[in-house]
Design a protein around this ligand. Structure first.
Ligand SMILES: Cc1cc2nc3c(=O)[nH]c(=O)nc-3n(C[C@H](O)[C@H](O)[C@H](O)COP(=O)(O)O)c2cc1C
Length: 154
């Protein structure tokens, strides 16, 4: 059985980003990970030995097959929740993520300026960790195309 994760970079756990992820995974079981509900330190930040949730979240990604990464646009960029999490990948450069399928969701009121930048970051991450970038959805019609990719995975 395939394990599916929705990594939600929105401050809203039931917002537009989550709604589009639901459309991508429609009918399939998946586990949402709401970064807003986790404490993830900034890279290099060591607050008096205080541990954070980074490795727990990373473990869930390592155990998954399909990962939807979702972010709203905040000030023409990805959310800080997601950027902070992605920066921390530098702490686990040997994480066994190769072959995982990654789908990207971006939500915004006028996201066009941010889409190429965010897509570039996610593609960079996928290349570095040998994950398979499957595509982007910014609306229902594109979400439906990503859904069809998931349906057709053997
Ligand atoms: C702090 C902040 C900054 C935002 N900046 C942008 C922006 O630069 N461009 C844009 O298209 N939308 C921007 N938005 C709108 C959100 O991206 C949009 O409402 C999105 O659908 C929210 O997704 P959510 O419901 O998952 O939180 C901003 C929203 C917030 C809260």
């Amino acid at each position: 059985m395939k394990r599916r994760i929705f990594l939600n970079g929105s401050m809203n756990i039931d917002g537009n980003t989550a709604r589009l992820a639901e459309e991508v995974f429609q009918g399939f079981d998946y586990t949402p990970i709401n970064l807003a509900e986790h404490h993830i330190n900034q890279i290099g930040q060591n607050i008096s030995g205080q541990s954070d949730d980074f490795h727990n979240v990373m473990k869930q990604l390592i155990m998954s097959d399909d990962i939807v990464i979702g972010t709203p646009v905040y000030w023409s960029s990805m959310s800080g929740y997601l950027k902070t999490f992605i920066d921390r990948f530098a702490d686990t450069l040997d994480a066994p993520l190769a072959g995982k399928r990654v789908y990207l969701i971006i939500q915004g009121t006028a996201p066009d300026d941010a889409v190429p930048f965010i897509t570039n970051v996610i593609c960079h991450l996928c290349r570095r960790f040998q994950m398979k970038y499957m595509g982007l959805a910014t609306n229902s019609s594109e979400a439906s195309k990503l859904h069809n990719l998931i349906v057709n995975i053997k």
